[in-house]
Ligand binder design. Structure first.
Ligand code: CA
Length: 251
């Protein structure tokens, strides 16, 4: 069932097989059902500054660093870069607005996927564009024993951020694995682009309002409608990943 997707990935990237050792997880929209709150906070705070970003468009920027999202919107309206002070103050306001919402729930199926990751002897790594200081506490509270600070890539670690491959390349480095020894789990077009650009087998979970086609066009190797669906298909996917070998390695 997953063989075709895996073969396509192997041929495209010139690997003969995938030997999975680590799973690189995005956070918002993958581990937490936090995107509706983020989209709402972005829209409200931008409006307050006479900047226009609809909730729908916020989903298309999901995964970028806050600074990058603010600058894109500012550039579009004023034709010049936002100042670092402006970026800092708008992002602080957006984080404050986000925190007026209740604490986001765990995404259904996420805990089980992480448990299966660990049980399978795979290393879970967090790769997020988020720069919230409360992040680590929230992860430890919701997913006890799953993540460690040295196994996280956040907005504080990166220069470019998604869609640049940098965060996922850094994730590979933190896991000590190669591109064909990892898998990315992402829900946003920009995050998918980053995973694919890093040369990693990229699984899309469509947990938001975006059309499947947008995620597939971004390059997703495989798509599930939810984290629960990924969880339900976990064993089948692992088996397919282990078994599939192609003779096309490029040296
Ligand atoms: Ca996300």
């Amino acid at each position: 069932m997953f063989e075709e997707s895996i073969t396509r990935y192997l041929q495209k990237h010139g690997h003969s097989n995938i030997q999975l050792k680590a799973v690189l997880f995005d956070m918002d929209g993958v581990l937490f059902n936090s995107m509706p709150y983020h989209a709402d906070a972005w829209h409200k705070v931008m409006e307050r500054h006479d900047l226009h970003l609809s909730r729908e468009e916020a989903y298309m920027h999901e995964g970028r660093t806050g600074a990058s999202t603010i600058n894109i919107v500012y550039q579009r309206q004023y034709g010049k870069d936002a100042t670092p002070e402006m970026i800092e103050s708008i992002y602080a306001e957006k984080s404050k607005e986000f925190n007026t919402h209740p604490e986001p729930e765990r995404m259904i199926g996420a805990k089980e996927v992480l448990e299966k990751t660990k049980t399978g002897g795979l290393t879970p790594i967090l790769v997020t564009g988020s720069g919230q200081h409360s992040l680590l506490d929230r992860l430890i509270h919701n997913f006890p024993g799953m993540f460690q600070r040295q196994r996280m890539v956040t907005a504080f670690d990166v220069k470019y951020g998604k869609p640049h491959p940098e965060p996922y390349l850094m994730g590979l480095e933190k896991a000590g694995v190669k591109a064909n020894e990892a898998m990315v789990v992402e829900n946003a077009p920009i995050g998918i682009q980053a995973g694919v650009a890093a040369g990693i087998f990229t699984v899309a979970v469509n947990t938001g309002p975006i059309d499947d086609k947008v995620l597939l066009d971004a390059g997703a190797d495989i798509l599930f409608p939810s984290m629960q669906a990924l969880c339900d298909n976990w064993e089948a996917l692992q088996t397919a990943l282990k078994q599939k070998t192609v003779r096309n390695a490029i040296f």
